[in-house]
Each structure stands twice: as structure tokens, then as C-alpha cells.
Design a protein around this ligand. Sequence first.
Ligand SMILES: [Fe+2]
Ligand SMILES: [Fe+2]
Length: 230
Amino acid sequence: MANEKKAADETSTKAKEKASKSSKAARGKAEKASAETRAKRSQTIAAKAASAKASKQASESKGLADLFEHALADMYYAEKKIYKSLPKMIKAANHPELVEALTQHREETAAQIEGLEAIFALLGKRAKAEKCDAIDGILEESESLLEDFGGTAAGDAAIIFSCQAVEHYEITRYGSMSAFADALGLDEAKVHLETILDQESAADSKLSELAEDTINDAAAEYDEDESEHA
Ligand SMILES: [Fe+2]
Ligand SMILES: [Fe+2]
């Protein structure tokens, strides 16, 4: 009886060991299959990502002509905004020569808007304005400077300070755009851009001249008077 039980126990232990061995083997096989699958999957994902990147690059491929068009839409927005903001500056300006310079530049700005529309037409495109955060920021600052300094002895100096930031922004943009037009062989567009660039540079020089010849000194005299009365 005892021997039969021992034999039965041994059989059962062997069976368990065999079962355990085969399940280990099965697990090993499963683990191996899973590693292969993972490797295959990662290869498929990498291949898909590479082809998606390639097709994205193809669909989003942009060149200098696209950048030129973007800059054009950007400056079209900027000039329109400058044209609208200038009357406030003109109204606040005190020195007659400053009033005259700003009034003349507003007329030039109207012509510049037409010049940009002519470039759009040369490209066979409808004129469109694209929001320009840079000019929005410069003009916003101009408004707050006008609120702080408008009507004070430094009012005209503050107006020139603001307007020169606008002119310099325009000069940098039109300078780049003229070089783009040159590289793209857009000769007629380049002529328009150079005309605008000359006007911006002249406006900037005129403002420097007014500031350095009279307006800054007049504002500084106020500071001297104040310190004498203090
Ligand atoms: Fe302009
Ligand atoms: Fe300008």
C-alpha cells in the first residue's frame, strides 16, 4: 500500500516537473515571439514615421518665394495699421515741422500700401494682410508713451522716439524683402520695395534731424528750468 502511494507520488511529481518544464518552454517561446513582434512593430512604426515625415515635408515644402509672400502680407498689415495710427501722433505733435513731417509720411504710407498691392498683382495674387505681432507691439507701446508724455515738454521727443521704432522696423523688413526680390528675379517688385525703403529711410533721417536740431534741446531746457526752480 505504502509502495503504491510512493509510486503514485513519484509519478505525480514527474508529471508536475514535466508540466512545469513544458510551461516554461511555452513561456520562453511566448516571450521570444513577443520580442520579435515588438522588434517588427518598432520597425513598422519607424518606417511609417519616416514616410509621414517625408510626405509632411513634401506637403509643407516652403521656399524663398513663400517667405517673400509672407513678408508682403505682413507689411501690408503693418502699413495699414501705421496709416491708421498716424493721425493720433499728428494731433499730439506740437512742433510745426514735426506735424509736417508726419503728415507727409502719412501720404507716403498711403502710396506704399498701393505699392504693396502692385507687388501682389505682379505675383498674380490678391492682396492680403497677415497679422504682424511686431508692429502691433510697437504701436501699442507708442500709444502708451503718448498717454504718458503727450502734452508734456517731452511730448514731441516721445513721438519721434516711437515713430523711429516704426521706421527702423520697416527699414529692416523692406531691406530683407528687396534682397529676396533680387534673389527671386522679381525686378519690378524690387523697384517698388526700393522706392518704399528710400521713403522710410528719409522719414527716419528727418526725424533724427528734428530731434537732434531742436526738439531734444527744447525738452532738455525744460529739465534745466525745473532744476533752477527746485
Ligand atoms: Fe511705411
Ligand atoms: Fe514709415
